[in-house]
Ligand binder design. Sequence first.
Ligand SMILES: Cc1ncc(COP(=O)(O)O)c(C=O)c1O
Length: 432
Amino acid sequence: MDTDEFWKSAEQHVVRYGATFVPRVIKRASGSYVYDEDGSAILDFTSGQMSSVLGHSHPDVVATVSTAVATLDHLFSGMLSEPVVEVSAKLAATLPASLNKVLLLTTGAESNEAAIKMAKLYTGRYEVVSFDRSWHGMTSGAASATFSAGRRGYGPPMPGNLTLPTPNAYRSPFRHSDGSYDWRSELEYGFAIVDAQSSGSLAACLVEPILSSGGIIEPPPGYLARLKELCTERGMLLVVDEAQTGVGRTGTMYAFERDGIVPDLLTLSKTLGAGLPVAAVVTSDEIESVCHERGFLFFTTHVSDPLAAAVALTVLTVVERDGLVDRTARLGRHLGTRLTALKERHEQVGDVRGRGLLQGIELVTDKVGKAPAEDLGARVTAECLRRGLHMNIVQLPGMGGIFRIAPPLTIAEAELDAGLDILDDAIAACLH
Ligand SMILES: Cc1ncc(COP(=O)(O)O)c(C=O)c1O
């Protein structure tokens, strides 16, 4: 099929499900690159959809999938197999002792759906609190807890979904007298509003430890610890959604480790499958057993699939074997230094944030006014693509000036630098 035919046929037959399509036909993907119809290499600074932590077509994953498909692919959902039990034990070994029960699923939304259901069943309550820039997925329960997009036009969301202000140090109106960010007041204020709106049935708080779709918003150190206290005071469970941050992405195995907290429920997805559809909910014996006694039901077609389990097992093994968490911390420091240099060089780079290999820059019209430079974001994205770099701009209204940088954890330092050089040149080219 030639390129014109491809796009004509796409227009005729493919449902448009969100952002506009990248104007290239991708033919193959390998390592840190994807390759288009002309064979041009495009550096993948988004790890696919923020998932391919081992790059594309990692040899260990290829071997695992090939073997699993040939020997033990998919089973009746009531059958358990060795890969499922092994990956559950391996995941538990990477986590604090209380997080030792694993439900193996397929997508991020699904894992949040299951976690929300467990929180409701365990607490006997129904209200779920999340950030007002959150993204937890497209299924009904997860979408009801998603406030950054997609709320209009689909009828009533689930009853009982409430918000906390997103802890955005760059833009929050909550300030100390010296101008620094007063996150404590903002968080206490947020809970006062939650309490005022609550019908007395607070079940859970569901949060990303770094909001990604919300614009790479990193809650300040100590924030999650205080959040956990506020949840405990109210008898709510804390559900941490590490779809994007789990499995080493931020330079620790899990992002919640930075704040020394232990979630009641942890959801993992994108990075756990390194680009293949694998997700998990991890919780405690106590929560699992109460839910089981109360008839917890989450019997899906692909629950406990051996192929998905084998992939996750390989991902965890490679991350550990190749020291990718420490490597990510080191590369993340390098990335942060280079992005900070970009900020110093360009008046339109207003903020740099995130950690490890999940960082972002916010483009503004100028550093004082901080007006979002959405137009510039779109132009820089196109210019980067022309120069061989795929950048992800947040494609949500009012947030079009925020780039999310999340390359594979396996990216070579030279590749990372090459991508940053392209970004730097693209910004300069769009400004002059
Ligand atoms: C933090 C977070 N949670 C959940 C999801 C939903 O995952 P999925 O698209 O696999 O359902 C996403 C997807 O972007 C995400 O970023």
